[in-house]
Structure formats: structure tokens, C-alpha cells
Design a protein around this ligand. Structure first.
Ligand code: GAP
Length: 435
């Protein structure tokens, strides 16, 4: 198990303004969350790192931002309307609803402990429904997308043509998805509104297996490269019975959450299932003309599909450390610099104007490069503790000596070592540290 409990990490997230319950002042809307000032930075940094690795640093992948609302036919073609379901049972004793495939014992209600009280399982479709326009009939029914992937498949030909792409190439997308989960829970792990980071990599059918292996390796290294402990990651191949309707092979990247191993990302070989389906349903030719063989083929697709919100949660959990310093417990988020919400905190030692003014000047200068917090409240010890708890890699302290020696103290979050650095060289010093 990771060292932090679900309760501790969710309390820290709420206390420090990473995540709030949606609609809290009205008693809270279950399974929806708002990302506060620190959470929104962390989430953005996670998404930015994914986008850099998957799009900006490569010449074979382009990006897309497709609409959440799509024609109903999309979800008929993709199979979601028919089979995107979970088996739902209801307890006749306490009326609790459960996902049958997630129960430890399929005969015992985990809510009231009664045996043999479940109704017959029924397939519950997870897509949220709404209507386009004022008339709420079947004609105008639309779904909130349950995955970002279909937006990519339906734009395959638009993107290929306008960007003159040749196989193999990928299309990446980050965005909101919605699933009416039967049993949301474990804080932001499984919610009904969440964000995904998905990439569809189109390749020649004969090369699909090799690309599958390639993407498994790439994705594992992305997590460890950003600081996830390799001992907290594992790869788990799906058995035949677990595969989604579109997949010939899937491997999950699992993370060791406080409650045990659970999925962070799925990497699937979707074959040519989606393009074929959309060609059949739309009547448009979605085959790829291969100039080498002069044939029209349906490319195969390898899909690394990660959850942005779920991944952000895993980074938060993995960064959480405690240690004893001078008989006191220090909580520190050892987030990779690239993910930390603030890179630098500027802390004037006292609230006296003679220190506030240079601290403001320094903060303004540093803000041109990094996310910076200027914190003037409470004792310096408490301010260091807060910065440690929110994962700020460096704290710059302006003290009375600074007025004479034009230098500041730079404290390192992880080692707590302190360097005296001339104000003129502060940017250069931090640039090296944060490189
Ligand atoms: N396009 C394929 C697809 O959507 P998935 O395994 O159903 O595959 C991909 O979802 C990822 O999206 C998951 O590994 C998970 O990280 C995230 N995800 C799925 N459902 C989620 C939920 N209810 N709450 C938060 N994240 C979710």
C-alpha cells in the first residue's frame, strides 16, 4: 500500500484548496468535484505534461478538441448505445444499488450485509442523456460523450486530409467525459464527470502489435519520469472476458492506490473496429489510401487512454510524504517541479513595509517565469509548513539582512537546506534549480 490513507489525502486536498465537493453549500452533489486554486494548477500541469509528451515533442501526433455533444448516430456506430452498460443490482432490503461485477460476494449486500436480497441484474447504460433544443423527444436525444475517443474517429478523414498525414500517425485529445457510474467513489478516482487524455495511433494492421508494445513502454515511462515510484505501478493484461467490445488486446497501467491496485490508464488495440463502424453508419469512405501499395486499407488503432483527473489524484498520493523533524511531523508533497502548483513562494520575514516592498518586487520579477505565491501571513515556520504541504519546490525568504546585503535565503522543499543568494542572481539560481 502507499503510505497515505484515502482519508488523509482527501482531507489535505480539501484543506489546502486542491479539491472541493461540488455544490458544497447545498449539501454537495455526489461524485462531482470542483478543482480549487491549487488543484486547477496541478491538473493543468499534468495535462500540459501529457500534451507535451504526446503532441508537442513529436512529429507523428497532432491534437484535436472535439465537441462534447455529437450526433446520436456516433454512439450507435461505436456500440456504446447498445453495450456501454454495467450490470446493476438493487438490494430489496436496504434499496442500495451496486455494480454486480465489483462485488466481493455477488450474493451479499455490502451496505446492509444481507444475503440473497438482490434483484435480477439488469444492464444499465452509463451514458448521460439530454435533448438538443426545446423538444424532449427521441428525435432530439443526444448523449454527453462517455469517452473523447469517438471525436477523433469521426474526424479521422478531416485531420488526415488537412494535415497530409501518412501512416503511422496519432491524434490526441484532452477533455471532459461523462458516465453515469453506478458506484462512483474513492474521492476523485471514479466520478460521473471527469477528464480524459486519449490518443488514437493509426498504423498498418501488421504493425499494430509492435506499436502496442511501444505505447505500453512509453506510457509507463511517462509516469515514472514525472516521479511516480515504479514500485507503485504495474501492467495488467485483460483476460478475454474482460475486453471491451472494441478491443483485441488491452493492458491497464495500474497504480497502488490507498485501497490497493486500480486502473490509471488502459492501452488497447482497437483494431479497425471504429473506422469500419463509422464508414458503415455514415456512408463515408474512411479507408486510408496507401501510396506505397496503392491499396485502400482500414488502419488499426492503438489507444493509450488515461484519466486526467484520476492521474492527478495518483500524482498527489504518490507525492505525499511525512518525516519527523525536531520531534515534529513534517508533511511534504514531493511533487515533480513540473507538476507543482507553485514553483516558488516569496516570504518576507515580517509584515513591515521595508520587507514587504522588496518581497513584492521579487515576486513580480519571478512571476514573469513561474507560478509564484507571495505569502505574508503567520509565522515563517507555519508558512514553510504550508508550502511543504502544497509541494512548492523553493521558498525565497526576505529578511532584515536582505536590506543590507541585497541577498535572500532560498530554501529547498526536499532537503530543507538553505542557500544565501544575491537578489541580482536569484532568477539565474532558480532557473538552474527548476530546469
Ligand atoms: N476510450 C477508451 C476509454 O475510455 P476507459 O478505460 O473506459 O477507456 C480510460 O477509460 C481512462 O479514463 C481510465 O483508465 C480512467 O483513468 C479514466 N476514467 C474512466 N472512467 C472514469 C471515471 N468514472 N472517473 C474518473 N476517471 C475515469
Amino acid at each position: 500500500m502507499t503510505q497515505v490513507s484515502l482519508e488523509t489525502i482527501s482531507n489535505l486536498a480539501k484543506k489546502r484548496g486542491f479539491v472541493f465537493q461540488s455544490s458544497e453549500i447545498y449539501g454537495g452533489l455526489r461524485s462531482a468535484y470542483d478543482y480549487g486554486p491549487l488543484g486547477v494548477e496541478l491538473l493543468r500541469n499534468v495535462k500540459d505534461q501529457w500534451w507535451r509528451a504526446m503532441v508537442q515533442e513529436r512529429d507523428d501526433i497532432v491534437g484535436l478538441d472535439s465537441a462534447i455533444l455529437q450526433a446520436r448516430e456516433v454512439w450507435r456506430a461505436s456500440g456504446h448505445e447498445e453495450v456501454f452498460t454495467d450490470p446493476l443490482v438493487e438490494c430489496r432490503n436496504c434499496n442500495a444499488r451496486h455494480r454486480l461485477d465489483k462485488l466481493d460476494d455477488p450474493d451479499v449486500c455490502p451496505n446492509c450485509g444481507m444475503r440473497g436480497t438482490f434483484t435480477e441484474a439488469r444492464n444499465f447504460n452509463l451514458m448521460f442523456r439530454t435533448h438538443m433544443g426545446p423538444v424532449e423527444d427521441d428525435e432530439n436525444l443526444v448523449y454527453l460523450r462517455p469517452e473523447t475517443a469517438q471525436g477523433i474517429f469521426i474526424n479521422f478523414e478531416n485531420i488526415r486530409r488537412t494535415n497530409r498525414l501518412k501512416l503511422p500517425f496519432g491524434v490526441a485529445q484532452i477533455g471532459k467525459s461523462f458516465r453515469n457510474e453506478i458506484t462512483p467513489g474513492q474521492f476523485v478516482f471514479r466520478t460521473r464527470e471527469f477528464e480524459q487524455m486519449e490518443m488514437e495511433y493509426f498504423c498498418r494492421p501488421g504493425e499494430a502489435e509492435a506499436w502496442f508494445e511501444y505505447w505500453v513502454e512509453q506510457r509507463m515511462s511517462w509516469y515514472t519520469g514525472l516521479g511516480i515510484d515504479p514500485a507503485h505501478l504495474r501492467l495488467r493484461h485483460h483476460g478475454e472476458e474482460e475486453l471491451s467490445h472494441y478491443s483485441a488486446m488491452t493492458a491497464d497501467v495500474d497504480y497502488l492506490f490507498p485501497w490497493g491496485w486500480d486502473e490509471l490508464e488502459g492501452i488497447a488495440n482497437r483494431t479497425d473496429f471504429d473506422l469500419r463502424q463509422h464508414q458503415e453508419h455514415s456512408g463515408e469512405d474512411l479507408r486510408y489510401y496507401d501510396p506505397d501499395t496503392e491499396e485502400r486499407i482500414f488502419p488499426y488503432v492503438i489507444e493509450p487512454a488515461a484519466g486526467a483527473t484520476r492521474t492527478t489524484f495518483a500524482f498527489l498520493i504518490d507525492a505525499y510524504h511525512t518525516e519527523t523533524v525536531h520531534d515534529e511531523t513534517r508533511v511534504v508533497l514531493r511533487l515533480d517541479h513540473r507538476l507543482a502548483p507553485y514553483k516558488v513562494a516569496v516570504l518576507p520575514l515580517s509584515k513591515k513595509e521595508e520587507l514587504i516592498e522588496p518581497a513584492q518586487r521579487i515576486a513580480a520579477e519571478l512571476r514573469r517565469r513561474w507560478m509564484v505565491e507571495l505569502d505574508t501571513t503567520q509565522s515563517i515556520g507555519r508558512r514553510y509548513r504550508r508550502q511543504d504541504e502544497i509541494g512548492t519546490p523553493y521558498a525565497v525568504t526576505v529578511d532584515f539582512e536582505s536590506l543590507d546585503d541585497h541577498a535572500v535565503t532560498v530554501r529547498d522543499r526536499d532537503t530543507m537546506s538553505q542557500d544565501r543568494v544575491s537578489m541580482d542572481r536569484l532568477v539565474e539560481h532558480l532557473e538552474k534549480k527548476l530546469a
